[in-house]
Design a protein around this ligand. Structure first.
Ligand code: FMN
Length: 233
């Protein structure tokens, strides 16, 4: 299984190690591609809206494309981020912002509707679920049909500080999670995604686009009528 991992941090702490535990149970080393943020995409969205008119006009397109190409080629995506002040890391959030045209209200990519994804977060004491929720929301609106998450309070500021019994529990949890992913070959698009997509099609039909480019994008794909990205597989 090809896996692309997006780490919302440069360092290899608890969150990284848990993400890798999962990946290593599902794929061999040469099937795993990793990106570290901000190392591999050190930018914030400036709100210039150039990407709405033409994705290649994003000032950071070249760097971004290396990551999105790897995401497209992967069967599974793994996002890792520590909980920073009850949300994802700033670099993970910056990455999600730079992907905003991938949202269903704009120009979602067909290939997203084929992916399975895991979102992993850790916190020292509380709040991993807040970081997860934020990342999961983007993934859902990108169209990813199968998303599972794992959050844990590690009572530590790095992996070396995590107690042995907790590491054993984490390993067991990753075995369970890996089994779930291994069983899903072709994730099915759920009713909620279908409904959101339908509403977005209605919105584009009614001219509620951010730019005419969006309507054209939907029209060319037949999405304003009966075509759907998940039927193309
Ligand atoms: C900027 C910053 C903010 C943090 N905010 C929280 C927090 O709100 N709640 C919490 O329990 N831990 C918080 N932590 C602790 C980390 O979430 C926790 O140690 C996590 O396991 C670190 O993951 P890592 O080893 O992958 O870096 C924060 C740490 C940093 C550096």
């Amino acid at each position: 299984m090809k896996i692309t991992m997006i780490h919302g941090q440069n360092h290899k702490g608890s969150t990284y190690h848990i993400g890798r535990l999962l990946a290593d149970k599902l794929a061999s080393e040469d099937e795993i591609t990793e990106f570290f943020l901000p190392r591999d995409l050190n930018h914030f969205c400036m709100g210039c809206y150039q990407c709405i008119e033409d994705g290649t006009k994003c000032p950071y397109y070249t760097e971004k494309q290396i990551i999105t190409d790897a995401m497209e080629k992967a069967d599974m995506l793994i996002f890792t981020t520590p909980n920073y002040c009850m949300g994802p890391s700033a670099s993970m959030k910056a990455f999600l912002d730079l992907m905003f045209t991938y949202w269903m209200p704009h120009c979602p990519r067909e290939w997203m509707f084929t992916k399975k994804a895991a979102v992993i977060s850790t916190a020292a004491g509380a709040g991993a679920k807040h970081a997860i929720k934020n990342v999961k929301k983007s993934l859902f609106y990108w169209g990813v049909p199968y998303i599972k998450s794992y959050g844990i309070n590690v009572q530590a500021s790095n992996w070396a500080g995590v107690k042995e019994d907790k590491k054993i529990k984490i390993d067991k949890d990753m075995n369970k999670l890996a089994r779930r992913f291994a069983h899903i070959e072709r994730p099915r698009v759920c009713i909620k995604t279908k409904l959101v997509f339908f509403i977005m099609a209605k919105m584009h039909k009614a001219g509620g686009d951010t730019s005419p480019v969006e309507r054209q994008y939907w029209e060319e794909r037949g999405w304003l009528n009966k075509e759907r990205p998940w039927k193309k597989r």
